[in-house]
Design a protein around this ligand. Sequence first.
Ligand code: KIV
Length: 290
Amino acid sequence: MTLQAAQKPPAAAGDGNKSLYGGKGTRRITVHDIAAAKTRGEKWPMLTAYDAMTASVFDEAGIPVILVGDSMGNCHLGYDTTVPVTMDEMTFLSAAVVRGTRRALVVGDLPFGSYQEGPVQALRNATRLVKDAGVGAIKLEGGERSLPQTELLVQAGIPVMSHLGLTPQSVNTMGYRVQGRSDEAAHRLLRDAKAAQDAGAFAVVLELVPAELAAEVTRSLHIPTIGIGAGAGTDAQVLVWTDMAGLTGGKVPRFTKQYANLRETLGDAARAFAEDVSGGAFPAEEHTFH
Ligand code: KIV
């Protein structure tokens, strides 16, 4: 779709209209709206955001779910991977995203080291994201390996989004490769997805998974799948916003589609400003008080 055609989103859940993707809602999207979208067969978009202003743009564009991903490590905080991201950073930036939005369901990511010790640690940190930042749900990596965490959080009333396939927090053991290519790995992924669903997860992210396998997982679950590098057969699609909008420098993953070139636009603006200042064209009379 062109940018212009995409400018007017349909009315949204919370407006008496059933579509999850949309413009002005009268209340926040909930996990019940997400479940209803799967029943209707509606495909929906999710984007990451790490600050209030960017989140407000996506919220106004009708993006129903905004993920404060630990991709903030690479895309916002200047780390090489997601591994160094801390709970303090996640809580601080999640709160900003919640403040910048009125309608989107905001999902906060549990960073590496904030839930691997066990369910009690996971509950303590997820509770912090819900109470201090105001997120409506949390995301954590792993299916069967994170089962006790998912179960306890759901019992405590915290909606959980599970993350399977390539799980970037395991980069040191896993690397960045397509997952689930062997029969055994495909069966493991299916088992993980079912385990997450049985533990009460409301959605499952599938990252870097062959399209056929992601479609099979999607058919076999009653909760939605959200794909990233997982083909067209998932219920929803997520992209990292800086990749989607062309702000990321260097090489972006093949599965990303770039809808704008913010890096070029911002660079042009900065250069034009600098030239105006050095040439004396800024500030002009209209920017000046007397
Ligand atoms: O941290 C993140 O942005 C993510 C998405 C890629 C799903 O986990």
